[in-house]
Design a protein around this ligand. Structure first.
Ligand code: P6P
Length: 342
């Protein structure tokens, strides 16, 4: 039985991209073609995630990534699927990934484009073995100049992204993306193998009563975040004068998707534990914070480190980490205010 009701009109990702380019007065652009290849890679990963143990892709890989984090088998497999799906497209000048120390150069025998892709091929991989939500996060930038691509070409501020998106592998597989003109969501209809437009113009409500943070780290929080969460927990009796709810998916894609759907604020702040370890945050600027910040801002939300707008930062390294506070504008602004008062 097809997921799309018989006879109903649908818009596939390909039709969506073609109509946007036609409206912009051009035929298919290199970015359109790249997004179709990204969608193919997402479908391949979604199939592996959906089969899980039956595909023999669960469990640890027995290796560490550049961040010193234990890799899951599917972290590496997903990375390889994206490289295989994209490196011969003739559209890319290079690929950077959480799972690779340096960027992946386009093979000499393959044609080269001027787009750069930075990705977390499988975000939330700690959820894989327990069938929790996971996702792919991607950021697309342009590469200026000629000559061989270097890591430095990726070190562009988030404002220079031409596209950002994620694919959420959950009860449904959803591709959510922006090219700077709002955020649109597509649901994978497995019966026809197409991403179908299902959530046009996603918007984050300015107000929310739902926050996301890993409360196990409470003793490590600095005062601004500690104060914000304490006031949420105080509920009606406290200064916020309303009760709050808390959600923590363990995958940024799962939490940010929920926020794009119904509002909320996602926090992975700097804390004393990260500071003692010499880290400037947990989440990576290039392929987690920046793409999610573009999506959140395009959906009417805000994204800050607490003291700076995330997309204004110029990365100093491929795997630079930053504090992340993003979602409903009223809550992000309150958090920024508390940071300023500290
Ligand atoms: P913690 C997943 O590893 C990730 O990078 C994000 O997707 C997620 O929000 C966060 O880390 C979870 O971190 O410390 O709660 O395990």
């Amino acid at each position: 039985m097809s997921g799309a009701q018989a006879g109903s009109s649908i818009t596939t990702l390909g039709q969506y991209l073609a109509s946007k380019s036609l409206m912009a007065g051009s035929g298919q652009t290199p970015l359109d073609a790249l997004l179709l290849d990204v969608a193919t890679a997402c479908k391949r990963v979604a199939d592996l995630v959906r089969h899980g143990e039956l595909a023999g892709v669960l469990g640890a890989a027995g290796s560490e990534n550049v961040q010193g984090e234990d890799q899951k088998k599917l972290d590496i497999i997903a990375n390889d699927v994206f490289i295989d799906s994209l490196e011969r497209s003739g559209l890319l000048a290079g690929v950077a990934s959480e799972e690779m120390d340096a960027h992946h150069p386009i093979p000499d025998e393959a044609p080269r484009g001027d787009l750069l892709l930075a990705m977390d091929p499988l975000d939330g991989s700690s959820n894989i073995d327990v069938n929790g939500s996971t996702g792919t996060i991607f950021s697309i930038m342009r590469r200026s100049g000629a000559g061989a691509t270097r890591d430095e070409h990726f070190l562009q501020p988030g404002d220079s992204q031409v596209c950002a998106g994620y694919c959420l592998y959950s009860s449904a597989t959803m591709l959510v993306l922006t090219t700077g003109d709002g955020v649109d969501g597509f649901t994978l209809d497995n019966s026809i193998g197409e991403f179908v437009l299902s959530h046009p113009k996603m918007q984050i409500p300015a107000a929310t009563s739902e926050y996301s943070i890993n409360a196990a780290y409470q003793r490590h929080w600095f005062n601004p975040v500690a104060r914000y969460v304490e006031e949420c927990v105080a509920g009606k009796e406290g200064p916020r004068q309303r009760d709050f709810n808390m959600r923590w998916a363990g995958s940024m894609v799962g939490d940010v998707h929920r926020i794009l759907c119904r509002g909320g604020v996602f926090m992975y702040p700097m804390d004393r534990k990260l500071e003692a370890a010499g880290n400037s945050g947990k989440l990576r600027l290039l392929y987690e914070a920046n793409p999610m910040a573009m999506l959140v801002e395009q959906a009417g939300g805000a994204a800050s480190t607490g003291t700076e707008r995330i997309m204004a930062l110029t990365p100093n390294a491929l795997h630079q980490r930053v504090p992340v506070l993003m979602g409903s504008t009223e809550e992000v602004q309150l958090l920024v205010e508390y940071h300023a008062q500290a």
